[in-house]
Design a protein around this ligand. Structure first.
Ligand code: ADP
Ligand code: GLC
Length: 483
């Protein structure tokens, strides 16, 4: 088998730049795919943190006018990955996160910033970097969506193309007034092109032009072809059914390994679960919770947003307290939810603790210290925290949606009877059903043998990248002509 060359295109890559699971996935795929004889180079925007990490940062392509000023593509390695960075200071040398400034507002020129990324990606895909000819281009989310539109109208040998949807809620939808700026031919502005509900749709473009469409779980792949969950894309995605699939995410089982995790107060394994108590006590102390080893401790690590159902959790704080439970929240996001958790912590000292902010090390500690992790998402393309929870012997209590329903086996009588349950699911995603799920979870927790079984089943689940990487590799190889 010859090594397949894949050019990945994305706006985030862990550990260089991250706002959510997209970065984790883009950062994990290169190493996982290397095991399948697939060599990945990832093109990302030249944010300050990316350029600072890139060695040796050799110029491999120059661009006379990248949407307003000259730019170049730099090549090198960073964090063990082969990176191409679009060095365009006028677009990417800014504080804040990849999409918004320190004031939390989206940059007003995002349409330009990610068109520039996609334009550069198309040029690299078609051979603009000397000595580099990718076999397949793998675009992630709307920020990379226009890549395939640019490739479609260019001359030359076209690599295979795969568009992966990480979250259909983020669509990259802009006014039609921007179309002329993109430098695409007029005929691209049509239903069979980049036009979407009268505007320019970046994700729409990717979904339309890609040879294959994937999303990050089979469950979400099915949901988004329905009018209820398709967010306007269900028709297009139903048309693409024959070329669409769901491939579950994995997690980095080295970085997330309770036996070696340097962030924990005490490492542990399936054989030494008693040591988890040390982590629980340490987190209780860090978050100002009562030192109560018996209280079921529910943890949450998340963006605080409507998607994640966090308003339902705020409403269910009394349920948790009524069950004698404690709650530990690590999250940042919508100001109303941040205020809601701050208020819950202030009025329930010793029982509710929250840290508003983004903290990678604390995320590990919450996952390792909690008895259960709550993921009450209204929709969830895959979700990673329930996978971390499984690996850490922390029981996931999740909404029965998307990737959550694919990765957690509910402790119903049938699954318990067969000894395969790993957590608790609830549906529909309402305050009431979440309340019932919390009560069920506490009842299970109070039966130590049953709880232990859930924990050990979870720890035995394969949440690694091995199987997903095989699936991606097989999909990529389908797109490459034999010989
Ligand atoms: P999404 O990408 O929709 O936010 P995922 O579950 O796929 O959801 O991925 C979220 C990722 O971000 C996980 O790696 C999670 O640990 C991390 N994360 C989310 N919020 C925080 C936070 N406040 N501090 C640290 N890590 C966080
Ligand atoms: C998105 C989704 C999340 C998924 C992640 C990585 O941010 O919201 O469910 O796990 O992408 O694919």
């Amino acid at each position: 088998m010859t090594t397949l060359q894949v050019l990945a295109v994305a706006s985030e890559i862990y550990p260089l730049i991250k706002t959510g699971g997209l970065a984790d996935v883009v950062g994990a795929l290169p190493a996982a795919l290397a095991q399948e004889d697939v060599a990945v180079r990832t093109l990302v925007p030249g944010y300050p943190s990316v350029l600072a990490a890139l060695k040796p940062a050799k110029t491999v392509m120059t661009i006379g006018d990248s949407f307003g000023a000259p730019a170049r593509v730099l090549a090198g390695t960073a964090a063990g990955m082969e990176i191409l960075a679009l060095d365009a200071a006028h677009l990417f040398d800014r504080p804040g996160n990849p999409y918004s400034g320190p004031d939390g507002l989206d940059w007003p020129d995002n349409q330009r910033r990610f068109a520039a990324l996609s334009r550069a990606a198309a040029d690299v895909a078609l051979g603009a970097v000397k000595g580099y000819r990718p076999d397949v281009v793998h675009a992630h989310d709307w920020q990379a969506g226009l890549t395939f539109a640019y490739m479609n109208f260019a001359q030359g040998r076209r690599p295979g193309t795969v568009m992966t949807i990480h979250n259909l809620a983020f669509q990259g939808q802009f006014s039609a007034a921007f179309f002329p700026m993109l430098g695409l031919p007029p005929q691209a502005f049509s239903l069979a092109g980049v036009e979407y509900y009268g505007g320019v749709g970046y994700l729409k473009a990717g979904l339309h032009y890609a040879d294959r469409v994937t999303t990050v779980s089979p469950g979400y792949a099915a949901e988004i072809r329905t009018p209820e969950e398709g967010m306007g894309f269900d028709g297009l995605l139903r048309d693409r059914s024959a070329t669409m699939s769901g491939i579950l995410n994995g997690i980095d089982t080295e970085a997330w390994n309770p036996q070696t995790d340097p962030h924990l107060a005490m490492q542990y394994s399936k054989a030494s679960m008693g040591r988890r108590a040390v982590n629980k006590a340490a987190l209780q102390s860090q978050l100002g919770l009562d030192q109560d080893p018996e209280a079921p401790l529910f943890g949450v690590v998340t963006r605080l947003s409507w998607q994640k159902g966090m308003d339902l959790l705020v409403a269910n704080v009394p349920t948790l307290l009524g069950q004698g439970a404690q709650l530990a929240v690590l999250g940042a996001g919508e100001p109303g939810l941040e205020a809601g958790f701050r208020a819950a912590a202030a009025s329930n000292p010793g029982r509710v603790g929250c840290v508003i902010g983004y903290d990678e090390a604390l995320a590990h500690r919450v996952l390792a210290a909690s008895d259960a992790v709550l993921v009450p998402s209204r929709f969830e393309p895959c979700g990673l925290t329930q996978l971390y929870a499984l690996r850490y012997g922390t029981v996931p209590v999740v909404a029965r949606v998307g990737g959550l329903s694919d990765t957690v086996i509910d402790a119903n009588p049938a699954a318990m009877g067969r000894g395969v349950a790993t957590g608790v699911q609830f549906a529909p995603v309402t305050y009431e059903m979440m309340r019932v799920a919390i009560e069920r979870s506490v009842a299970l927790y109070r039966q130590p043998a049953v709880w232990k079984k859930l924990q050990s089943n979870g720890m035995a689940s394969d949440v690694s990248w091995r199987d997903p990487a095989r699936r991606y590799a097989a999909l990529f190889r389908e797109l490459v002509p034999a010989g």
